[in-house]
Design a binder for this molecule. Structure first.
Ligand code: HPA
Length: 245
């Protein structure tokens, strides 16, 4: 049975229902991961969990050690990765509380360690990244969202910004023109690093706010936290469904 790893984002620092077997403190050639990897059993299968921002949440998106996280998960035995991300909604049909399982990515982040292929290499490698997310894993997530009667979209382009500040309204207009449907700060380089390690990867994104300029008023953390609290119960249910399926 596939060993799934869940990378929990904002609002998801642990996976309920996991019978914890061990906490793996893995040192990597790239430094320390965000947190120990939790290894446990769920519905008769081994599951790994990693809190992307640390547990408690303390590492901002631009300072997450994505390479250490992915390397550590691979070496802990991960065979596929489900990433959970809180995002802003750009598409008119993606309001707060809505889920998106994106198909595509546009990367606006910069200055992040975004590849394992650095330094003196035996040969230069260019991974294919035409379709960044794994189709089978996406289908499983979509089926789980449907089973739990969540509001969701089966399409979407994830625009990854650098953060930690939120975007300007004009940046969101530009991103929409580019074709972005949701905006987050943690989708990259995580997805590309997973591909470099040949780990199937998909993203379960929860819209926690309308993106900048998409609603009257400002984006407040209080509003985001309210949506997160309700949405994460649905995330837990959807993940449980994928893991039992
Ligand atoms: N922009 C970028 N990242 C985010 C947002 C947003 O509006 N909401 C949650 N993560």
């Amino acid at each position: 049975m596939t060993v799934y790893a869940i990378i929990g984002g904002t609002g998801l620092t642990q996976f309920d229902g996991l019978t914890i077997e061990s906490e793996l403190h893995i040192d990597t050639p790239y430094g320390a991961p965000s947190a120990p990897i939790i290894r446990g059993q769920f519905a008769g299968r081994t599951v790994l969990f990693l809190a992307r921002h640390g547990h408690p949440h303390r590492i901002p998106p631009h300072q997450v050690n994505y390479r250490a996280n992915l390397w550590a998960l691979k070496h802990a035995g991960a065979e596929a990765i489900i990433a959970v991300n809180a995002v802003g909604g750009i598409h008119a049909e993606m309001p707060a509380g809505h889920f998106c399982v994106p198909e595509q990515i546009i990367d606006y982040s910069y200055g992040r360690d975004h590849s394992f292929f650095v330094g003196e290499l035996e040969h230069v490698s260019h991974i294919d990244f035409s379709y960044p997310y794994d189709a089978t894993l996406r289908a499983k997530l979509l089926a789980a969202l449907q089973a739990h009667e969540c509001s969701y979209s089966d399409f979407g382009v994830y625009g990854c910004t650098q953060g930690p500040r939120l975007e300007t309204a004009a940046e969101i207009v530009r991103m929409q023109r580019d074709g972005c449907d949701i905006v987050g700060m943690t989708g990259m380089p995580e997805a590309a690093l997973a591909r470099e390690l040949e780990l199937p990867y998909a993203c379960l994104a929860l819209v926690v706010n309308p993106a900048a300029g998409k609603a009257s008023g400002l984006i407040t953390m209080a509003d985001i936290e309210r949506v997160l609290a309700a949405g994460m119960a649905q995330v837990q249910a959807a993940l449980a469904q994928v893991l039992t399926g």
